[in-house]
Design a protein around this ligand. Sequence first.
Ligand code: ZN
Length: 340
Amino acid sequence: MLRTTITGSLPKPSWLAEPERLWAPWRVPAERLAEAQRDAVLVALKEQEAAGIDIVTDGEQSRQHFVHGFLERLEGVDVGRRVTIGIRADRYRAEVPTVTGPIARPRPIHLDEVRWARAHTDRPLKFTIPGPMTIVDTLADEHYRDRARLAMAFARVINEEARELVAAGLDVLQLDEPAFNVYLDEVASWGVEALHAAIDGLRCTTAVHICYGYGIPANVEWKQTLGGEWRQYERIFPVLAGSRIGQVSVECAGSRVPLDLLGLLAGKDVLVGVVDVATSSVETPEQVAATIREAQRWVEPARLFPCTNCGMVPLARKTARAKLAALGAGAQLARKDLAG
Ligand code: ZN
Protein backbone atom coordinates (compact mmCIF):
# COMPACT_ATOMS: atom_id res chain seq x y z
CA MET A 1 0.00 0.00 0.00
CA LEU A 2 1.06 3.59 -0.67
CA ARG A 3 3.70 2.40 -3.11
CA THR A 4 5.84 5.32 -4.29
CA THR A 5 6.87 6.34 -7.78
CA ILE A 6 8.09 9.46 -9.60
CA THR A 7 6.57 11.21 -12.58
CA GLY A 8 9.55 10.35 -14.75
CA SER A 9 12.53 12.64 -15.08
CA LEU A 10 15.40 13.40 -12.75
CA PRO A 11 18.13 16.02 -13.22
CA LYS A 12 21.05 14.85 -15.32
CA PRO A 13 24.54 14.71 -13.81
CA SER A 14 26.56 17.81 -14.72
CA TRP A 15 29.07 15.67 -16.61
CA LEU A 16 26.26 14.58 -18.95
CA ALA A 17 24.33 17.80 -19.60
CA GLU A 18 24.25 21.39 -18.47
CA PRO A 19 22.46 21.40 -15.09
CA GLU A 20 19.24 23.16 -14.07
CA ARG A 21 18.09 23.74 -17.62
CA LEU A 22 15.30 22.36 -19.78
CA TRP A 23 16.51 21.08 -23.14
CA ALA A 24 20.08 21.30 -21.83
CA PRO A 25 22.84 20.62 -24.35
CA TRP A 26 24.81 17.39 -23.90
CA ARG A 27 28.33 17.78 -22.53
CA VAL A 28 29.61 14.49 -23.94
CA PRO A 29 30.70 14.07 -27.56
CA ALA A 30 28.34 12.08 -29.78
CA GLU A 31 30.57 9.00 -29.96
CA ARG A 32 30.54 8.60 -26.17
CA LEU A 33 27.01 9.88 -25.48
CA ALA A 34 25.15 6.55 -25.36
CA GLU A 35 27.64 5.12 -22.88
CA ALA A 36 27.42 8.23 -20.68
CA GLN A 37 23.61 8.11 -20.75
CA ARG A 38 23.69 4.49 -19.65
CA ASP A 39 25.94 5.39 -16.74
CA ALA A 40 23.50 8.14 -15.79
CA VAL A 41 20.61 5.68 -15.85
CA LEU A 42 22.43 3.49 -13.33
CA VAL A 43 22.81 6.49 -11.03
CA ALA A 44 19.14 7.44 -11.45
CA LEU A 45 18.00 3.91 -10.60
CA LYS A 46 20.30 3.71 -7.60
CA GLU A 47 19.13 7.08 -6.23
CA GLN A 48 15.50 6.05 -6.48
CA GLU A 49 16.15 2.72 -4.81
CA ALA A 50 18.11 4.38 -2.01
CA ALA A 51 15.23 6.80 -1.42
CA GLY A 52 12.74 3.94 -1.14
CA ILE A 53 10.94 4.58 -4.43
CA ASP A 54 9.02 1.40 -5.28
CA ILE A 55 8.26 1.86 -8.99
CA VAL A 56 11.31 3.35 -10.68
CA THR A 57 12.09 5.03 -14.01
CA ASP A 58 15.26 5.60 -16.03
CA GLY A 59 15.10 9.26 -14.95
CA GLU A 60 14.72 10.14 -18.65
CA GLN A 61 18.51 10.41 -18.79
CA SER A 62 18.73 9.57 -22.49
CA ARG A 63 16.55 12.34 -23.91
CA GLN A 64 17.03 16.05 -24.12
CA HIS A 65 13.32 16.88 -23.99
CA PHE A 66 10.30 14.80 -23.03
CA VAL A 67 8.52 15.31 -26.37
CA HIS A 68 11.35 15.76 -28.84
CA GLY A 69 13.27 12.71 -27.63
CA PHE A 70 10.44 10.63 -29.11
CA LEU A 71 9.90 12.67 -32.28
CA GLU A 72 13.53 12.71 -33.35
CA ARG A 73 13.45 9.15 -34.58
CA LEU A 74 10.13 9.14 -36.43
CA GLU A 75 9.50 9.51 -40.14
CA GLY A 76 7.18 12.32 -41.17
CA VAL A 77 8.62 14.78 -38.64
CA ASP A 78 11.30 17.12 -39.93
CA VAL A 79 13.22 18.04 -36.79
CA GLY A 80 15.52 20.29 -38.79
CA ARG A 81 12.60 22.41 -39.90
CA ARG A 82 11.82 24.30 -36.73
CA VAL A 83 9.34 27.12 -36.36
CA THR A 84 8.44 29.17 -33.32
CA ILE A 85 4.79 28.91 -32.31
CA GLY A 86 2.66 29.51 -29.22
CA ILE A 87 1.95 26.21 -27.46
CA ARG A 88 -0.43 25.11 -24.66
CA ALA A 89 -3.04 27.61 -25.92
CA ASP A 90 -0.33 30.24 -26.44
CA ARG A 91 0.91 30.09 -22.84
CA TYR A 92 4.47 30.22 -24.09
CA ARG A 93 6.39 30.21 -27.33
CA ALA A 94 8.55 27.29 -28.32
CA GLU A 95 10.65 26.25 -31.27
CA VAL A 96 9.04 23.09 -32.64
CA PRO A 97 9.65 20.68 -35.54
CA THR A 98 7.30 20.32 -38.50
CA VAL A 99 5.18 17.39 -39.67
CA THR A 100 5.81 17.11 -43.39
CA GLY A 101 4.49 13.63 -44.26
CA PRO A 102 2.82 10.47 -42.92
CA ILE A 103 4.00 9.55 -39.41
CA ALA A 104 5.87 6.25 -39.26
CA ARG A 105 8.28 4.50 -36.92
CA PRO A 106 10.94 2.79 -39.00
CA ARG A 107 12.72 1.30 -35.96
CA PRO A 108 12.42 1.12 -32.16
CA ILE A 109 12.97 4.39 -30.33
CA HIS A 110 13.47 3.64 -26.64
CA LEU A 111 13.93 -0.14 -26.69
CA ASP A 112 17.63 -0.11 -25.79
CA GLU A 113 16.95 2.27 -22.92
CA VAL A 114 14.23 0.06 -21.46
CA ARG A 115 16.36 -3.08 -21.87
CA TRP A 116 19.24 -1.39 -20.06
CA ALA A 117 17.10 -0.13 -17.18
CA ARG A 118 15.29 -3.48 -16.93
CA ALA A 119 18.59 -5.32 -16.61
CA HIS A 120 19.72 -3.10 -13.73
CA THR A 121 16.83 -3.00 -11.30
CA ASP A 122 14.62 -5.63 -9.73
CA ARG A 123 11.89 -3.11 -8.98
CA PRO A 124 8.86 -2.54 -11.18
CA LEU A 125 9.93 -0.30 -14.06
CA LYS A 126 7.95 2.58 -15.52
CA PHE A 127 8.74 4.36 -18.77
CA THR A 128 7.23 7.59 -20.05
CA ILE A 129 6.27 8.58 -23.58
CA PRO A 130 4.58 11.86 -24.51
CA GLY A 131 0.85 11.45 -25.11
CA PRO A 132 -0.69 12.06 -28.54
CA MET A 133 -2.39 15.36 -27.68
CA THR A 134 0.74 16.80 -26.09
CA ILE A 135 2.83 15.75 -29.10
CA VAL A 136 0.34 17.38 -31.48
CA ASP A 137 0.49 20.56 -29.40
CA THR A 138 4.29 20.64 -29.59
CA LEU A 139 4.53 20.57 -33.41
CA ALA A 140 3.80 22.55 -36.51
CA ASP A 141 1.71 20.44 -38.91
CA GLU A 142 1.86 20.90 -42.67
CA HIS A 143 0.57 17.46 -43.61
CA TYR A 144 -2.48 16.21 -41.66
CA ARG A 145 -3.92 19.65 -40.91
CA ASP A 146 -6.30 18.12 -38.38
CA ARG A 147 -5.25 17.73 -34.74
CA ALA A 148 -7.39 14.68 -34.03
CA ARG A 149 -6.18 12.83 -37.12
CA LEU A 150 -2.57 13.69 -36.37
CA ALA A 151 -3.05 12.49 -32.77
CA MET A 152 -4.33 9.12 -34.02
CA ALA A 153 -1.28 8.80 -36.28
CA PHE A 154 0.99 9.33 -33.27
CA ALA A 155 -1.11 6.96 -31.16
CA ARG A 156 -0.43 4.20 -33.69
CA VAL A 157 3.36 4.60 -33.50
CA ILE A 158 3.26 4.92 -29.70
CA ASN A 159 1.39 1.61 -29.62
CA GLU A 160 3.95 -0.10 -31.87
CA GLU A 161 6.72 1.17 -29.64
CA ALA A 162 4.93 0.30 -26.39
CA ARG A 163 4.31 -3.31 -27.41
CA GLU A 164 8.06 -3.81 -27.85
CA LEU A 165 8.85 -2.10 -24.54
CA VAL A 166 6.40 -4.35 -22.71
CA ALA A 167 7.93 -7.41 -24.37
CA ALA A 168 11.30 -6.19 -23.00
CA GLY A 169 9.93 -6.29 -19.46
CA LEU A 170 8.34 -2.89 -18.90
CA ASP A 171 5.76 -2.88 -16.08
CA VAL A 172 4.15 0.54 -16.46
CA LEU A 173 3.76 2.67 -19.57
CA GLN A 174 2.96 6.30 -18.74
CA LEU A 175 1.74 8.76 -21.35
CA ASP A 176 2.45 12.37 -20.44
CA GLU A 177 -0.47 14.62 -21.31
CA PRO A 178 -0.02 18.09 -19.75
CA ALA A 179 -2.07 19.35 -22.73
CA PHE A 180 -5.16 17.64 -21.20
CA ASN A 181 -5.26 20.43 -18.61
CA VAL A 182 -5.44 23.03 -21.36
CA TYR A 183 -7.76 21.63 -24.05
CA LEU A 184 -10.52 20.37 -21.78
CA ASP A 185 -13.15 19.87 -24.51
CA GLU A 186 -10.74 17.98 -26.77
CA VAL A 187 -9.99 15.47 -23.99
CA ALA A 188 -13.54 14.17 -24.34
CA SER A 189 -13.86 14.60 -28.12
CA TRP A 190 -10.61 12.87 -29.15
CA GLY A 191 -7.94 12.94 -26.43
CA VAL A 192 -9.02 9.78 -24.63
CA GLU A 193 -9.73 8.00 -27.90
CA ALA A 194 -6.12 8.66 -28.90
CA LEU A 195 -4.90 7.33 -25.52
CA HIS A 196 -6.95 4.19 -26.05
CA ALA A 197 -5.36 3.67 -29.45
CA ALA A 198 -1.91 4.16 -27.89
CA ILE A 199 -2.48 1.50 -25.18
CA ASP A 200 -4.46 -0.95 -27.33
CA GLY A 201 -3.62 -4.55 -26.45
CA LEU A 202 -0.82 -3.70 -23.99
CA ARG A 203 -0.15 -6.25 -21.26
CA CYS A 204 1.16 -3.79 -18.71
CA THR A 205 -0.16 -1.19 -16.33
CA THR A 206 -1.00 2.04 -18.16
CA ALA A 207 -0.92 5.56 -16.77
CA VAL A 208 -1.56 9.11 -17.91
CA HIS A 209 0.21 12.08 -16.30
CA ILE A 210 -1.62 15.40 -16.26
CA CYS A 211 -0.03 18.34 -14.51
CA TYR A 212 0.29 22.10 -14.57
CA GLY A 213 3.79 21.92 -16.05
CA TYR A 214 7.37 22.28 -14.90
CA GLY A 215 8.21 25.11 -12.55
CA ILE A 216 9.35 27.41 -15.38
CA PRO A 217 8.38 31.12 -15.24
CA ALA A 218 5.70 30.87 -18.00
CA ASN A 219 3.90 28.16 -16.04
CA VAL A 220 4.25 29.92 -12.69
CA GLU A 221 2.68 33.05 -14.27
CA TRP A 222 -0.10 30.98 -15.86
CA LYS A 223 -0.93 29.36 -12.54
CA GLN A 224 -1.39 32.82 -11.04
CA THR A 225 -4.21 33.46 -13.54
CA LEU A 226 -6.12 30.29 -12.63
CA GLY A 227 -7.80 31.71 -9.55
CA GLY A 228 -8.07 30.54 -5.96
CA GLU A 229 -9.10 27.00 -6.90
CA TRP A 230 -7.80 25.07 -9.89
CA ARG A 231 -10.76 23.09 -11.16
CA GLN A 232 -9.48 21.89 -14.59
CA TYR A 233 -9.39 18.33 -13.28
CA GLU A 234 -13.10 18.51 -12.50
CA ARG A 235 -13.83 18.53 -16.24
CA ILE A 236 -11.46 15.78 -17.28
CA PHE A 237 -11.49 13.33 -14.35
CA PRO A 238 -14.99 11.97 -15.12
CA VAL A 239 -13.86 11.29 -18.71
CA LEU A 240 -10.70 9.54 -17.46
CA ALA A 241 -12.68 7.58 -14.87
CA GLY A 242 -14.64 6.09 -17.76
CA SER A 243 -11.50 5.33 -19.78
CA ARG A 244 -9.41 2.17 -20.07
CA ILE A 245 -6.31 3.87 -18.60
CA GLY A 246 -5.34 2.24 -15.31
CA GLN A 247 -3.61 5.08 -13.47
CA VAL A 248 -3.90 8.85 -13.40
CA SER A 249 -0.95 10.96 -12.23
CA VAL A 250 -1.91 14.37 -10.88
CA GLU A 251 -0.41 17.46 -9.25
CA CYS A 252 -1.50 18.06 -5.65
CA ALA A 253 1.50 19.35 -3.66
CA GLY A 254 1.66 23.11 -3.16
CA SER A 255 -1.07 23.58 -5.78
CA ARG A 256 -4.58 25.01 -5.57
CA VAL A 257 -6.20 21.79 -6.74
CA PRO A 258 -9.08 20.99 -4.35
CA LEU A 259 -8.23 17.44 -3.28
CA ASP A 260 -11.87 16.37 -3.14
CA LEU A 261 -11.69 16.27 -6.96
CA LEU A 262 -9.68 13.05 -6.55
CA GLY A 263 -12.98 11.44 -5.64
CA LEU A 264 -13.96 11.76 -9.32
CA LEU A 265 -11.33 9.13 -10.19
CA ALA A 266 -13.08 6.25 -8.43
CA GLY A 267 -11.90 2.91 -9.79
CA LYS A 268 -8.51 4.25 -10.92
CA ASP A 269 -5.11 4.12 -9.30
CA VAL A 270 -4.14 7.69 -8.49
CA LEU A 271 -0.53 8.87 -8.54
CA VAL A 272 -0.85 11.76 -6.14
CA GLY A 273 1.77 14.50 -6.49
CA VAL A 274 2.97 15.04 -2.92
CA VAL A 275 6.28 16.69 -3.88
CA ASP A 276 6.25 20.09 -5.59
CA VAL A 277 8.69 20.52 -8.49
CA ALA A 278 8.16 24.27 -8.89
CA THR A 279 10.12 25.18 -5.78
CA SER A 280 13.61 24.36 -4.60
CA SER A 281 12.50 24.24 -0.97
CA VAL A 282 12.43 20.61 0.09
CA GLU A 283 9.35 19.12 1.73
CA THR A 284 9.77 17.46 5.11
CA PRO A 285 8.63 13.84 5.40
CA GLU A 286 5.87 15.12 7.72
CA GLN A 287 4.59 17.48 5.01
CA VAL A 288 4.61 14.67 2.47
CA ALA A 289 2.76 12.40 4.90
CA ALA A 290 0.20 15.13 5.58
CA THR A 291 -0.62 15.46 1.85
CA ILE A 292 -0.91 11.67 1.57
CA ARG A 293 -3.28 11.56 4.55
CA GLU A 294 -5.40 14.32 3.04
CA ALA A 295 -5.59 12.46 -0.29
CA GLN A 296 -6.57 9.27 1.52
CA ARG A 297 -9.90 10.87 2.31
CA TRP A 298 -10.76 10.36 -1.38
CA VAL A 299 -8.45 7.59 -2.57
CA GLU A 300 -8.08 4.22 -0.81
CA PRO A 301 -4.47 3.39 0.16
CA ALA A 302 -4.24 0.39 -2.19
CA ARG A 303 -4.97 2.75 -5.10
CA LEU A 304 -2.90 5.69 -3.85
CA PHE A 305 0.65 6.01 -5.15
CA PRO A 306 2.61 8.93 -3.62
CA CYS A 307 4.49 10.62 -6.49
CA THR A 308 6.09 13.88 -7.60
CA ASN A 309 3.92 16.62 -9.14
CA CYS A 310 5.86 16.50 -12.41
CA GLY A 311 9.33 15.74 -13.73
CA MET A 312 12.29 16.99 -11.70
CA VAL A 313 14.67 17.56 -14.64
CA PRO A 314 14.98 21.37 -14.19
CA LEU A 315 15.88 21.14 -10.48
CA ALA A 316 19.33 21.15 -8.92
CA ARG A 317 20.50 17.61 -8.37
CA LYS A 318 20.89 17.88 -4.64
CA THR A 319 17.37 19.34 -4.40
CA ALA A 320 15.90 16.48 -6.42
CA ARG A 321 17.78 13.94 -4.33
CA ALA A 322 16.44 15.51 -1.11
CA LYS A 323 12.91 15.56 -2.53
CA LEU A 324 13.18 11.89 -3.46
CA ALA A 325 14.25 11.10 0.09
CA ALA A 326 11.33 13.14 1.49
CA LEU A 327 8.93 11.25 -0.79
CA GLY A 328 10.18 7.87 0.38
CA ALA A 329 10.29 8.86 4.05
CA GLY A 330 6.90 10.60 3.96
CA ALA A 331 5.22 7.55 2.44
CA GLN A 332 6.85 5.41 5.12
CA LEU A 333 5.36 7.65 7.83
CA ALA A 334 1.91 7.44 6.25
CA ARG A 335 2.20 3.62 6.01
CA LYS A 336 2.98 3.46 9.74
CA ASP A 337 -0.32 5.20 10.45
CA LEU A 338 -2.14 2.57 8.42
CA ALA A 339 -0.38 -0.22 10.25
CA GLY A 340 -0.95 1.29 13.57
ZN1 ZN B 1 4.13 17.10 -15.63
